[in-house]
Design a protein around this ligand. Structure first.
Ligand code: ADP
Length: 684
């Protein structure tokens, strides 16, 4: 018999070939899944007594014939009668095609799902497809053949065994599907955990230095993977073994979570918290999504919450609509529920480990924190759960829950406005001096060196009104936690000006760096100079560096601004001031006097102009003020030069600055070499 395939457009095959140019390989998944379905159906019929014959060896076989250029998929399932072929194969619903195809031309999954085209995906790689099938009923065996035109032939044939053989005559463009190694890779990818044994050739072994075939079937898959078994039947080593089955080269994971849901949707799976060494690991091993043990995809974005895409493992659900486009998936209500549920399960499990085995939890915290912090940042519900088990770790390696930490620092680290100040370092070595100073004052310092910590601490501040994070090096230790109003600097304006200019003249010029000299009346025991970086500004730059908000780019471009804080209570700073007063007085006094006189005259002129409109002021007067301003500018520059010249006679100025830079890990290259030389000569 001959006939035309029932499609409403002229010819489906060019469409299949043309539009499904990506993902050709999924034809294999579709055909093997059909074979598995047919096998499962037979088992079901037998179990309810509707089929009473021999079951035989219920396996699916995949065979290559390089000479004939065929790929054959055989099963011993229910088979098809002529009527069934007519109904299931020949009639394809195919309406509204053009528009849909246009939209989803790169998404073979969506197209196949939309049109129920699983079987026809065979034409993506074949010039001719044949079906040899014998139904489990007594109906005669059938041979169907089609060469890629809408015409097909259907006739009875001799096939002794129940089941179906699908024979693909692979076309020239897709020859690679005839290679054994390629087929092996694909079968491993799509069929690794199918519930019916998938056989591909015979097992091989090494004999006398040669690889030879044995009599045993080469079974590709594990038909009862761990996630399909009951959690109660599995031990830790079973989970570890399954992880290796999934990722043969992966490091041993931290924890596993067995998901097992049957209401309001069906979902099983095992997720693992991996050990992450670097960003490459993050990309490589991904969560795999299965539908009744058929591999569907390893890009699960939209199905599990973003932060959990970092986990490894398997999710299997018949309720996730798989043969649809991604955008549809992301708006699907069922999928949203699944996502919420997985988040909850993950939080439950972490909570449980924290409660039952806190020592283990703490030990693994460094590896876990990236997931937990990412989750807290991106998922409100997860934040609410995680705030009970997320940990702060201090520079001595001690861990605290949020509540415990609050208790610990409450007494010492509350400022005069009632804010709790959380001191932190993000590099214990570089900030060593500051950490020691803070500890000496009885403060605790957290280590916040995680990739997402800059964002995390902003979040924690937003959620707790009376909480501030302050990096240990963002100010001199006295001012990190302001407990009372600070002591006033006991210097005149002229003295402050002199000190500022002397030190300013000796500061290095560094790329993208800006220094501002300020003064604090600290104590004589404190360092003479401390370099600090404004907490807020630095954090903006940190966040810009880890990306996320495009607005942040602006801060990334700004120079780093540092405060060079002179401790006016320190004898060395005082010494510089005294020396300056002696050395510069003769030069500076007349200049200062001149400036004072000019400013007096300027003030007098300005006073006289009060209340007058601009046009009422004589031009000569305006010109005089301009001249005064210019002159004062020149005089100030002259004064600066005097201070700068003085500074060059004072190696200790440069030395003090370099010591402060050194403590901040900012003294490099030639500056460092000069410092060493100068130190030696100062000792002589
Ligand atoms: P779907 O599998 O989504 O229903 P397909 O185009 O893949 O769509 O298959 C259409 C139908 O053809 C199947 O539902 C099944 O009834 C029948 N069929 C396909 N392959 C086989 C097979 N190997 N054995 C028995 N029936 C099959």
């Amino acid at each position: 018999m001959k006939g035309n395939i029932g499609v409403t457009t002229d010819n489906i095959f060019p469409v299949i070939k043309k539009f499904l140019y990506s993902d050709h390989e999924i034809f294999l998944r579709e055909l093997v899944s059909n074979a598995v379905d047919a096998t499962q159906k037979l088992k079901t019929l037998a179990s309810v007594g509707d089929y009473k014959g021999e079951m035989g060896d219920l396996k699916v076989e995949v065979k290559l014939d390089a000479k004939k250029k065929t790929l054959t998929i055989s099963d011993r399932g229910v088979g098809m009668t002529a009527d069934e072929i007519e109904k299931y194969i020949n009639q394809i619903a195919f309406s509204g095609a053009t528009e849909f195809l246009d939209k989803y031309k790169n998404d073979a999954n969506a197209i196949i799902g939309h049109f129920g085209l699983g079987f026809y995906s065979a034409f993506m790689v074949s010039k001719q497809v044949e079906i040899f099938t014998k139904s489990y009923t007594d109906a005669p065996a059938q041979h169907w053949s089609c060469d890629g035109s809408p015409e097909y032939t259907l006739e009875e044939c001799d096939k002794a065994e129940r089941g179906t053989d699908i024979v693909l005559h692979i076309d020239d463009e897709n020859k690679d599907f005839l290679e054994e190694s390629r087929m092996h890779t694909l079968l491993t990818k799509y069929c690794k955990f199918l519930p019916v044994p998938i056989v591909f050739g015979k097992k091989k072994e090494w004999k006398d230095g040669k690889e030879v075939e044995t009599a045993d079937d080469n079974v590709i898959n594990n038909t009862t993977p761990a996630w399909t078994r009951k959690p109660a039947d599995l031990k830790d080593e079973d989970y570890a073994k399954f992880y290796r089955e999934l990722y043969p080269y992966g490091e041993e994971p931290l924890f596993h979570i067995h998901l097992n849901v049957d209401y309001p949707f069906n979902l099983t799976g095992i997720l693992y918290f991996p050990r992450i060494k670097n960003n490459i690991d993050l990309q490589r091993n991904k969560i795999q999504l299965y539908c009744n043990q058929v591999f569907v995809t390893d890009s699960v974005e939209g199905i599990v919450p973003d932060f959990l895409t970092l986990l490894h493992g398997v999710i299997d659900s018949p309720d996730i609509p798989l043969n649809v486009s991604r955008s549809y998936l992301q708006s699907d209500q069922n999928v949203k529920k699944i996502s919420t549920h997985i988040t909850k399960k993950v939080a439950d499990r972490l909570q449980e480990i924290f409660k039952n085995d806190r020592a283990q939890f703490e030990e693994k915290w460094d590896a876990l924190r990236i997931f937990i912090v990412y989750g807290m940042l991106t998922d409100e519900k997860f934040f609410d759960r995680a705030k009970d088990f997320a940990l702060f770790k201090n520079v001595d390696g001690k861990c605290f829950t949020f509540d415990e930490y609050k208790e610990l620092i409450k007494a010492e680290q509350t400022d005069k406005d009632g804010n709790l100040i959380y001191l932190y370092a993000n590099n214990a070595d570089e900030q060593h001096t500051y950490i020691e100073a803070a500890k000496a004052k009885g403060y605790d310092v957290l280590l916040m060196d995680g990739q997402l910590d800059a964002h995390w601490l902003s979040q924690l501040e937003q959620k707790n009104e009376k909480l501030r994070f302050v990096r240990v090096d963002s100010d001199v230790v006295e001012k990190l936690i302001v407990k009372a109003d600070a002591a006033k600097v006991a210097l005149t304006a002229a003295q402050q000006d002199a000190l500022t200019e002397v030190f300013k003249s000796q500061l290095p010029t560094l790329d993208k760096t800006e220094f501002v000299v300020t003064m604090e009346q600290l104590s004589a025991d404190d360092q003479p100079i401390v370099i600090t970086q404004n907490e807020w500004m630095r954090r903006m730059k940190d966040m810009a560096a880890t990306g996320g908000n495009p607005m942040m780019g602006f801060y990334g471009e700004m120079p780093n601004s540092y405060n060079v804080v002179l401790n006016t209570a320190h004898p060395l700073i005082d010494g510089v001031l005294r020396a300056e007063e002696q050395a510069c007085a003769d030069n500076v006094s007349p200049i200062a006097q001149e400036i004072a006189d000019l400013e007096k005259r300027r003030n007098a002129l300005k006073d006289g102009q009060k209340g007058k409109k601009d046009e009422e002021i004589p031009v000569a007067e305006k010109e005089e003020i301009d001249t005064i301003d210019k002159k004062v500018g020149e005089l100030r520059d002259r004064k600066k030069t005097v201070y700068a010249e003085f500074a060059t006679t004072q190696p200790r100025v440069k030395q003090l600055i370099d010591l402060a830079l050194l403590a901040n890990n900012m003294l490099k290259g030639k500056d460092l070499a000069d410092f060493v030389k100068r130190s030696v000569s100062l000792l002589q």
